[in-house]
Design a protein around this ligand. Structure first.
Ligand SMILES: *Cc1c(COP(=O)(O)O)cnc(C)c1O
Ligand SMILES: [Zn+2]
Length: 466
C-alpha cells in the first residue's frame, strides 16, 4: 500500500494515493510518496532486477527502465503503468573525460540520460507522474518549463493520448530544440511574459483553479520515477555503490529523488553504503549554494542552511527570497535548464544533502561550456546544464574533496541537440555569432573549440588542410 506524507516531521500528515496535491494542506511543506513496505513484496537482493532484460514484448517492466524497478515504486497496480520506453539509458565509462576531471581512468562514469525518448532525464519522472494523472482521471496535464519538462510531457500526451498536454514557457530563453519538440508533438504551448519562476507560480495557480494535473517536480509522483536513475547507475555498476554522485541543481528534483532512493534502499537493507552527493549550481542561479555554503559546516560568506532533521531555518529561506524580490534579482545562466532562482524542491534537497553527506558548489558559464566541449570531444554530447556536473566534479577534485581514486558518476541530464546554438557559437568562427549568443553570459574564450576551417572550393587548397 502507498500513501502521500508531508515531509515536515512536526506535521507528518498523510493523504490518500488518489489525491492530487503539490504540498501539505496543513503546513504547506512538500509531500513524499510513502510505502507500507512490510505489506509489499520487496526483493531481498537488488540482483533480482536482472530478470527484467529490455525487450518490447516482455511487458512494461522489460519495456521501461523506470518500471523495471517497479518493486521500489509500487504506488499503483502494475496494469495502470504508462510508458513510452523511458529510462533505457546507460552508464558510460568516460575514459577520455576522466583526465579533464582529474579522476583516474576507469573510475569516472557518465549516466547518459540524454538517451531518453524526449532527450532528457525528465522522462523518468514523467512516466510516473503521467501514470498517476491518468489514474486519477485528469484530462489535461500542465507544466511550467525551461523546455525539457514540456518536451517530455508533450511526448507522453502524443503517444498515449491519455491526457492533453498544456505547457507554459517563459518569454525569454528557451532552447529551440526543446520548444520545437513541444510544438512538434502537438502540445498546447502558452508562452507567458516572464521567466521560469514566474511561469511555475502561474501554472500552480491555474492548475489548482481549473483542475489541470500538474507535472512539475513539486508533484511527488514524478520524483518516484526519477529515483530509478540511481537504480540504473547501481545496476550498471553490478550493484556497487559509487563514492560520488554529481548532479546539476536547478529545481532540485533530481537531488530530492536521488536522496529518497538512497534513504529507501538503506531502510530496506538493499545497500550497505550511501554515496556522497554533490549538487552543482550555475553561478547565475545559485540559491542553493548561497544558502548551504561550501564547507562541512557552511562558511561565513555564504549560508549555513541545514535540513536539521526536518527543522530547517525557514526564516532564513524567506528572508533570502524576500531580498531577491526586493532587488528584482533574476536567474541568469547559459545553462537554461537550471536557470532557476526559487528551487521548488529546496527542502527535499537539504534532506538529501544530510543523508548523503553532500556538498554544494557553483560553476561559471565559462566553466560549463568548456566542460561541455570536453564531454562532446569524448563522444558524449550534452546540453549546457548537464555539463555543470562535470565542471563541478573537476572543481571538487581540484579542491581535494573528491579523491582521484574515488568512483564518481556525473549525471548527463539532457541531449546535445537540445541547444545547438550554444554549441555552434562555441566552436564556430563567426565572432559576431559568438558574441551575440555567448557574450551576454560573460563567456570570452573557447579554449576547447573545434573550429571549422573555411577555404575556397579548390582541390589543392583542401588537400593542404588534411
Ligand atoms: C530539468 C533539468 C535540470 C534540472 O534538474 P532539477 O531536477 O530540476 O534540478 C538539469 N538539466 C537538464 C537538462 C534538465 O532538463
Ligand atoms: Zn504538513
Amino acid at each position: 500500500m502507498a500513501y502521500q506524507i508531508c515531509i515536515n516531521p512536526d506535521c507528518g500528515c498523510c493523504y490518500d494515493i488518489d489525491q492530487v496535491l503539490h504540498s501539505c494542506n496543513v503546513c504547506g511543506e512538500l509531500l513524499d510518496v510513502g510505502y507500507e513496505w512490510d505489506s509489499l513484496s520487496v526483493p531481498d537482493s537488488l540482483s533480482h532486477f536482472g530478470c527484467y532484460r529490455f525487450s518490447s514484448s516482455g511487458g512494461v517492466r522489460c519495456f521501461s527502465g523506470v518500471w523495471r524497478y517497479y518493486d521500489l515504486l509500487p504506488f499503483l497496480p502494475l496494469d495502470k503503468l504508462v510508458s513510452v520506453g523511458e529510462g533505457r539509458t546507460i552508464l558510460q565509462n568516460a575514459i577520455h573525460i576522466s583526465s579533464f576531471v582529474g579522476i583516474n581512468s576507469g573510475r569516472f562514469f557518465l549516466q547518459y540520460e540524454g538517451l531518453n525518448p524526449s532527450g532528457s532525464f525528465k522522462d523518468n519522472g514523467m512516466a510516473a507522474a503521467f501514470t498517476h494523472g491518468a489514474f486519477v482521471g485528469a484530462r489535461q496535464a500542465a507544466c511550467a518549463s525551461t523546455g525539457n519538462t514540456s518536451a517530455s510531457l508533450a511526448i507522453y500526451a502524443a503517444v498515449t493520448r491519455l491526457m492533453e498536454a498544456v505547457v507554459f514557457v517563459g518569454s525569454g530563453k528557451i532552447a529551440y530544440g526543446k520548444l520545437s519538440q513541444a510544438l512538434d508533438y502537438g502540445a498546447k504551448t502558452i508562452q507567458i511574459q516572464g521567466d521560469f519562476d514566474d511561469a511555475l507560480m502561474r501554472v500552480r495557480q491555474v492548475a489548482k483553479e481549473v483542475g489541470i494535473y500538474l507535472v512539475n517536480s513539486v508533484n511527488p509522483f514524478r520524483l518516484e520515477g526519477q529515483k530509478t536513475i540511481m537504480f540504473r547507475v547501481l545496476d550498471d555498476l553490478g550493484w556497487r555503490v559509487p563514492d560520488w554522485i554529481v548532479v546539476p541543481g536547478g529545481n532540485l528534483g533530481n537531488a530530492a529523488a536521488f536522496g529518497k532512493a538512497f534513504i529507501e534502499l538503506s531502510k530496506l537493507g538493499l545497500i550497505d553504503k550511501v554515496p556522497r552527493i554533490a549538487i552543482i549550481n550555475a553561478s547565475g542561479a545559485n540559491t542553493l549554494h548561497q544558502l548551504y555554503g561550501d564547507g562541512e559546516n557552511g562558511d561565513r560568506e555564504t549560508g549555513n542552511l541545514r535540513w536539521n532533521g526536518g527543522r530547517y531555518d525557514k526564516i532564513m529561506v524567506k528572508n533570502f527570497y524576500d531580498k531577491m524580490t526586493l532587488e528584482s534579482r533574476k536567474a541568469n545562466t547559459i545553462a537554461s535548464a537550471i536557470e532557476i532562482n526559487r528551487p521548488a524542491n529546496l527542502s527535499k534537497a537539504l534532506r538529501t544533502l544530510e543523508f548523503c553527506n553532500g556538498v554544494v558548489r557553483e560553476v561559471t558559464d565559462q566553466e560549463i561550456l568548456d566542460a561541455k566541449a570536453v564531454i562532446g570531444a569524448g563522444g558524449f554530447g550534452c546540453e549546457p546544464a548537464s555539463a555543470a556536473s562535470v565542471a563541478g566534479a573537476r572543481k571538487l577534485v581540484a579542491e581535494g574533496v573528491i579523491d582521484k581514486e574515488q568512483l564518481t558518476v556525473c549525471i548527463l541530464t539532457g541531449h546535445q541537440l537540445k541547444d545547438p546554438n550554444v554549441t555552434v557559437a562555441y566552436h564556430g568562427t563567426d565572432q559576431k555569432f559568438f558574441d551575440d549568443t555567448l557574450g551576454k553570459f560573460n563567456i570570452t574564450s573557447a579554449q576547447f573549440a573545434n573550429k571549422p576551417i573555411t577555404t575556397t572550393n579548390d582541390q589543392n587548397e583542401i588537400l593542404k588542410l588534411l
